[in-house]
Write a protein that binds this ligand. Structure first.
Ligand code: DX5
Ligand code: ZN
Length: 218
């Protein structure tokens, strides 16, 4: 499966978004990761639909919306309308996961389910045949710039095993603390999509992306 790097906009300088997005275009980035935080499921609050709608008018990246939101079913249609291409909900934030995944798919969106570091991969056994993507959080969600939690690597391996048995097309995404020091090991363990905030936006965006790709070995 194709490996891709998905910059997380949360780490960008919001005063000067357009020039940073231009640099991402230059680097042939295809997926833009958009972190939605509600101040309930996670302590922090980020941005919402108006920001996504504005971005949608000027860039055509695949918009990967990561909803760190309690009862996400309340807002799925709104994010669809504002321009999302894929929506990921948290296992821990949703009472009726199966229904919520069906709702995401009913809009023709890529459906994803995320699990927090302490949530076991085995909880996904039933839903894994129904989703397009699983996101293994490698930090506790809520903030950028945190340290990668090492046991996430074992969770990726475990998930990859289930993928080969139950859903070969599943995309495995990882998010939090990703950099040149761990991207290759994660890739070898089975990750397809790497979300990276600080390691892309802090410093020189173009060379940071090149460094990540070099570390990935492609
Ligand atoms: C954390 C967010 C991440 C975050 C990643 O709650 O879901 O997407 O922006 O940022 P870094 O790469 O800095 O850990
Ligand atoms: Zn995220």
């Amino acid at each position: 499966m194709k490996k891709s790097i998905a910059p997380s906009l949360l780490a960008a300088d919001f005063f000067d978004l357009s020039s940073q997005l231009e640099l991402l275009k230059k680097s042939d980035i295809e997926v833009l990761h958009l972190d939605i935080m509600d101040g309930m499921f996670v302590p922090s609050i980020s941005f919402g639909m108006p920001v996504i709608s504005s971005l949608r008018k000027s860039v055509d990246f695949f918009f990967d919306v990561h909803m760190m939101v309690e009862n996400p079913e309340r807002y799925i249609e709104d994010f669809y309308k504002s321009g999302a291409n894929g929506i990921t909900i948290h296992f821990e934030a949703c009472k009726h996961i199966d229904r919520c995944i069906s709702l995401i798919k009913s809009f023709g969106l890529r459906s994803g389910i995320a699990i927090n570091p302490a949530t076991p991969v085995s909880f996904l056994h039933n839903i894994i045949t129904e989703v397009d993507m699983v996101l293994i959080m490698s930090v506790n969600p809520g903030f950028g710039g945190q340290k990668f939690i090492p046991y996430s690597l074992d969770k990726v391996r475990e998930l990859y095993k289930i993928k080969t048995e139950k859903n070969k097309n599943l995309i495995i995404q990882v998010d939090g603390g990703i950099g040149t020091e761990n991207i290759k090991a994660l890739s070898d363990a089975g990750v397809d999509e790497f979300v990276a905030g600080s390691s892309i936006f802090k410093g020189d965006i173009l060379s940071n992306i090149t460094d990540l790709r070099d570390a990935l070995g492609r």
